[in-house]
Design a protein around this ligand. Structure first.
Ligand code: C5P
Length: 310
């Protein structure tokens, strides 16, 4: 589509990546119910692509990759992208403006799997609609809006590898000297993030307020050594996710027996991820796990945060 007479683009396409938490230290819940986190995020090469085009009204449609299977998607008006549009309109547009665009999302990130697919879509929509509507929102204001949309939306904007504090929304880029090879095993038997946090509260009623610091992972990242990173990986939510879904523990053990340096639950799960020594080793582990799993993916990180395509 051609730009309009004001020079605004006719359509904007943005790519946004999935995340893995290399370290997820969780503290006792705060007064607002959120848990303080000390986390290290890494953006990995599974993507959702979002296209926003000029239109007379507002619509959001989602196409899912075959490997995602028959997943339940948000209904009309319920998508996080609807909230992005409302928030941008309320904070960055003239009073009384109403969002108009046709938004199409091509999803390959596992849905409700602990890889922040919804947050990736929110970040992509922020970048795309800001551009489509020519709002020119400064980066720090975009990060503020992202934090209002979800704890890991700011990271989805920033990408790469980053340290997250607060409830995960305060992100700072970190030194990462590696190119890390992952196997990703999605799972459709959704564990909801709030349910996993609630279960963690019942398992650890005396948890300290301050989450475990990320220093071991930060040091391993700077070394670039996969063995060092494998030894340092930590996800405090894993105990809660595996208690709710014991089969995830069995999957992790199988991946490690097949040659992964380390397996773990991704975020709140139920997707599991496996760090491997090299891309070749990741392909071997993926092939072995494919004997009993329908969908096994490989990915690498770090990759960029939400960015314009073409
Ligand atoms: O911020 P976000 O919308 O991603 O959070 C989803 C849910 O996950 C929250 O409503 C809360 O139950 C839980 N959560 C939490 N502590 C965090 C992040 C998320 O308890 N730091």
């Amino acid at each position: 589509m051609r730009p309009d007479p004001g020079g605004r683009p006719g359509a904007v396409r943005v790519r946004s990546a999935a995340k893995i938490n290399l370290h997820l230290g969780v503290g006792a819940p705060r007064d607002d119910g959120f848990h303080p986190l000390d986390t290290v995020y890494q953006a990995v090469s599974l993507y959702d692509d979002l296209t926003a085009s000029r239109a007379d009204d507002w619509s959001v449609t989602t196409r899912t990759a075959v490997h995602l299977g028959d997943v339940a998607l948000p209904g009309p008006g319920d998508n996080i992208v609807d909230r992005v549009a409302e928030l941008l309109c309320a904070t960055r547009c003239d009073e009384g403006c109403r969002p108009t665009a046709r938004v199409e999302i091509d999803k390959t990130i596992p849905v409700a799997g602990g890889m922040a697919g919804g947050s990736a879509d929110a970040a992509a929509a922020l970048v795309a609609l800001d551009r489509l509507w020519d709002l020119r929102t400064p980066d720090d204001a975009l990060l503020d809006l992202a934090a209002q949309l979800g704890s890991d939306v700011p990271f989805a904007l920033v990408g790469g590898t980053a340290h997250g504090l607060g409830r995960g929304e305060v992100v700072t880029a970190v030194e990462d000297h590696g190119s890390w090879a992952w196997v990703v095993v999605p799972d459709t038997g959704g564990l909801s993030t709030p349910a996993v946090y609630r279960h963690w509260d019942t398992l650890f009623p005396d948890a300290p307020a301050t989450p475990a610091p990320a220093q071991p992972v930060l040091t391993a990242l700077a070394s670039g050594d996969p063995m060092a990173l494998a030894a340092a990986l930590r996800n405090d939510l894993e105990a809660a996710a595996v208690d709710l879904r014991p089969d995830l523990g069995e999957l992790i053990a199988r991946g490690e027996a097949e040659g992964a340096l380390r397996g773990m639950v991704s975020g709140s799960g139920p997707t599991c991820v496996f760090l491997c020594e090299s891309p070749e080793a990741a392909r071997d582990v993926a092939t072995a796990l494919s004997a009993t799993r329908d969908v096994v993916l490989t990915a690498h990180g770090p990759v960029a945060g939400a960015h314009l395509l073409g």
